[in-house]
Design a binder for this molecule. Structure first.
Ligand code: SAM
Length: 542
């Protein structure tokens, strides 16, 4: 089948200037992304852009298992003074995944007796405000001090080297001396933020989708809902492809040609910016690299999904599109590398790519990918998460505790079920309650400080108070108060716990603090009176 109708294009070239139409990747649509992240920096995640699906302890554990095995297999002969492998996270944004993944890699390396393998984790983003936030973040300080965490301002669209801000090292293709360690790249929800091009094949004829150079995006588009390009103010006009050398770049042109030949009626979303960025980074890595990415993507049935024109979903003014991991896979395969994709079609997909080797020569890594990224993939977990959010009412504490355990005691999951947990606590199985109590410190350790408005520690406090674990409740309320010192109810509840432990001096102090913040706090005034009249009874305080 001849896909590219050069004869047609000769009489009907794409007239970009006349209609002010451009390839999708050249549309100003993409500037919204960069403008959004640059202007909001860390506030981008204040309920604006979703991040749970790609940033949780479960997915971090999956990545960590694959990465540690890759380090084991590729750094076999490393000595303590060997050059470190750089684990580079692109578009790290808020830093949550950095926190979970780095911590888990360190834990696993230790428990597998692989802690001699030299590595440095490098969190990167194109937004300086995000880097400033990470550098000052208290939870990162021990990793920085141990030489395990570094940072780099890296724009995947333009930069060709990584300037590490802590060590001062420069990672570039020129610095490669052949003796360097391989690199690991992590890219979650990044490739779908980078410019892509759109093509389609109709009756075996290839066309490129062109969109307005400066589209007018309608106001008030629904958040997180799938929209067509037309609904998003970007109607697509298809024109025959004018040349087989669309990109004037043999590697990209080969990928496009192969993608167009996958069927006779389908669309191709070409992740052109992601491909270029990955190529730059693989050069920096001396062509020895493992990439793990999670994005909106399809698994084995990409072609079926691409019968329809791909759309997008807005998150505030940023947006996301699907990413075709098959095409990234082709890039690695062209270089003698390999690709591993999760086999199920989920809302998000995870894939691993390697250059410098094939996965059948990296048996430990491959086993970890099969076990941790495919058997119950991060996409499967996200599906379960969304389902349990909806059917909360019928879920027992037993089931919730199993689920929390499976997520690696995820504070976000706990928080999102807390009202239901309060509601069923009194009628729940004692063993389930005990398991939950054992999980509370694990969840507290998993809490990453991002949003000062979080009620996580308050929820831990209330739960412990309800279970009459007053000393534990006091610890959690104090942690909550460090974050929200002006919340009267926290002082009040803390006072109740002190009452329960017969520490009336502390209780009085707390009730007074609550009243100072809220003078008409009747309950706090009532408890002060009870203290004064020596009438406090422990069971009253839960
Ligand atoms: C959707 S967020 C993903 C954040 C995080 N990885 C996650 O999974 O939640 C996209 C991130 O990529 C960053 N980003 C956007 N364009 C970029 C570019 N050209 N180069 C590097 N980072 C970019 C943004 O600043 C933002 O932090």
């Amino acid at each position: 089948m001849s896909i590219l109708p050069l004869d047609v294009a000769a009489t009907n070239p794409i007239d970009v200037t006349l209609d002010n139409l451009v390839p999708l990747s050249a549309s100003a649509l993409w500037h919204r992304q960069t403008d959004f992240y640059q202007s909001f920096d860390i506030q981008a995640w204040d309920s604006r852009v979703p991040f749970y699906a790609t940033c949780n302890p479960y997915i971090a554990n999956a990545y960590a298992n694959a990465i540690v095995r890759y380090l084991q297999e590729t750094l076999r002969d490393a000595r303590p003074d060997s050059p470190p492998c750089h684990i580079v996270e692109l578009g790290a944004g808020h830093g949550i995944f950095t926190f979970y993944l780095l911590r888990r890699i360190l834990e696993l390396s230790q428990s597998l007796h692989l802690d001699h393998l030299p590595f440095v984790y490098v969190a990167t983003d194109c937004v300086p405000g995000n880097l400033a936030f990470w550098k000052a973040h208290p939870q990162f300080q021990p990793f920085i001090a141990a030489g395990k965490l570094d940072f780099a301002l890296f724009d995947a669209l333009t930069d060709t080297q990584l300037n590490l801000q802590v060590s001062g090292r420069v990672l570039s293709a020129e610095e490669q001396d052949g003796a360097s360690a391989p690199m690991v790249l992590v890219a979650n929800y990044l490739f779908d933020s980078l410019p892509q091009d759109l093509f389609r094949v109709v009756d075996g004829v290839a066309e490129e989708g062109l969109v307005p150079a400066a589209p007018t995006i309608p106001d008030g588009l629904p958040d997180n809902a799938g929209l067509s390009l037309t609904q998003s103010g970007c109607p697509v006009t298809y024109r025959p492809l004018s040349s087989q050398a669309r990109y004037d770049d043999p590697e990209l042109d080969q990928i496009l040609a192969t993608a167009l030949q996958r069927g006779s009626e389908h669309h191709v979303l070409m992740p052109v910016a992601a491909l270029r960025a990955v190529r730059t980074l693989s050069r920096i890595a001396g062509e020895r690299m493992l990439l793990i990415a999670t994005d909106k993507s399809y698994g084995a049935d990409t072609l079926a999904a691409m019968q329809a024109e791909p759309g997008l979903a807005f998150h505030a003014t940023a947006f996301s599109m699907m990413v075709d991991f098959d095409l990234l896979g082709m890039f690695f395969q062209q270089r003698g590398g390999d690709c591993f994709q999760q086999s199920t079609n989920k809302e998000i997909g995870t894939a691993a790519f390697v250059c410098g080797a094939r996965f059948d020569a990296l048996v430990e890594t491959r086993h970890a990918l099969e076990h941790f990224l495919d058997r119950f993939s991060p996409g499967d977990l996200f599906g379960l998460y969304a389902h349990l959010q909806q059917v909360q009412a019928g879920t027992s504490l037993n089931v919730l505790v199993s689920y929390l355990n499976m997520t690696g005691w995820d504070p976000h999951v706990f928080d999102s079920h807390i009202q239901h947990i309060y509601a069923i606590l009194d009628h729940s199985d004692l063993f389930a309650i005990q398991d939950l109590v054992r999980g509370l410190p694990l969840m507290a350790a998993n809490y990453y400080e991002l949003n000062a408005h979080s009620h996580f520690f308050e929820h831990l406090g209330v739960l412990c108070q309800r279970l009459k674990l007053f000393a534990q409740a006091i610890t959690y309320y104090q942690q909550a108060l460090q974050r929200q010192p002006d919340m009267p109810s926290l002082h009040y509840n803390l006072g109740l716990c002190h009452c329960a432990l017969n520490d009336t001096a502390q209780a009085r102090h707390c009730f007074n603090s609550a009243i100072a913040l809220k003078p008409d706090y009747i309950a706090a005034r009532g408890w002060l009176q009870l203290i004064d009249s020596d009438a406090v009874v422990a069971q009253d305080v839960t």
